[in-house]
Design a protein around this ligand. Structure first.
Ligand SMILES: Nc1ncnc2c1ncn2[C@@H]1O[C@H](COP(=O)(O)OP(=O)(O)OP(=O)(O)O)[C@@H](O)[C@H]1O
Length: 316
């Protein structure tokens, strides 16, 4: 079956003063797809989604929902979008049920319909037994789940989640992850922003890697990892590198290592059958009189994809 594009973003840009924080960003999100916007803090993710929702005016570019332009028909497309912001925005003095009903009615649902929708969302997000509790008395994880429910009261076609797993306890993480997958299975489009490579990898059908306001690559998590290089990664934690020796050390590893990087104090070496090259690594470190603290062989992650594109880690 041909995939249908729901959201299309073309050449979106935004500057603050002389700094361009979103630079010619273009991508599409299909119906039934979870699309991840992955990038470090300050990459321009929140600014991008603020423009997608019409909360912030773009300097340039077009955004269309189901072929309808947001700039020309904001009122028409507004109801197609549900935004769950990074910060928790709830009515602390209302019960969970009250605020979901109230939000539903403010979107034009009849009271009975709003009540049914509230019940469904409370159930789906594991909050049924908290329905009559004041929102201010819930745990942080529950408040975040309620925040997601609030973005969905009007049954939008596209759900935008800004860092949905930030600050969630492990139980809420699993619940929210499953819920996001269910939304996609119901043919909703989900756009999530994250700086967590693991979350982007587990949840997204496709990922756009964004840095300094520019999209560097868009692909499936698997293909992005494959493109970052061959084989697995040998990760070595070193106990200090003599000053000024970094470049020399990296050069000393033979070309069999297709990637050689020092990121966040970790030596990262990529090679096919990397396990066979451990003796070479030991010899090289010995020659530089560098001690290793530990060594791990691991699969490639989306962070490796980010490092291969930018030379930096996601947390730097
Ligand atoms: N109102 C503003 N005025 C000036 N600069 C801003 C404003 N809002 C955002 N910025 C800057 O724009 C850049 C992108 O910020 P944005 O919040 O979009 O990044 P992000 O990828 O969402 O990161 P984070 O996860 O930290 O929110 C940052 O350098 C930020 O400081």
């Amino acid at each position: 079956m041909e995939k249908e594009i729901f959201l299309s973003v073309d050449g979106l840009s935004k500057s603050y003063g002389s700094t361009r924080v979103v630079d010619q960003v273009s991508f599409s999100v299909f119906r039934g797809e979870v699309f991840g916007l992955l990038g470090p803090n300050g990459a321009g993710k929140t600014t991008t989604i603020s423009m997608l929702c019409g909360l912030l005016k773009a300097d340039a570019g077009n955004v269309a929902y189901g072929g309808i332009s947001i700039s020309a028909h904001y009122r028409q497309v507004k109801g197609m979008i549900g935004l769950c912001p990074q910060d928790i925005v709830i009515w602390e003095k209302l019960t969970c049920s009250e605020q979901l009903k109230f939000a539903g009615m403010s979107y034009g649902l009849a009271p009975k319909e709003a009540g049914k929708r509230a019940g469904y969302l409370l159930e789906a997000l594991g909050l049924t037994d908290k329905k009559n509790k004041l929102a201010g008395t819930l745990s942080g994880g529950m408040q975040r789940r309620l925040n997601i429910a609030l973005a969905l009261v009007h049954d939008p076609d596209l759900i935008i989640l800004d860092e949905p797993q930030a600050g969630l306890d492990p139980q809420s993480r699993v619940l929210v992850r499953d819920f996001i997958r269910q939304l996609a299975a119901q043919q909703k489009s989900v756009l999530l922003t994250t700086h967590d490579m693991d979350e982007a990898d587990r949840l997204s059908n496709r990922v756009a890697i964004i840095d300094h306001g520019k999209i560097l690559q868009i692909d499936t998590p698997e293909r992005l990892k494959e493109k970052s290089g061959k084989g697995d990664i040998l990760q070595v934690r070193l106990s200090g590198i003599p000053a000024g020796q970094t470049d020399k050390l990296l050069e000393a590893f033979p070309p069999v290592f297709t990637e050689k990087k020092l990121v966040d104090g970790l030596l990262l070496l990529g090679a096919s059958h990397v396990i066979e090259h451990i003796p070479t690594v030991n010899q090289t470190l010995k020659a530089f009189r560098i001690q290793m603290e530990d060594m791990t062989i691991r699969k490639r992650t989306l962070e490796d994809a980010f490092i291969s594109m930018t030379g930096r880690g996601l947390r730097e």
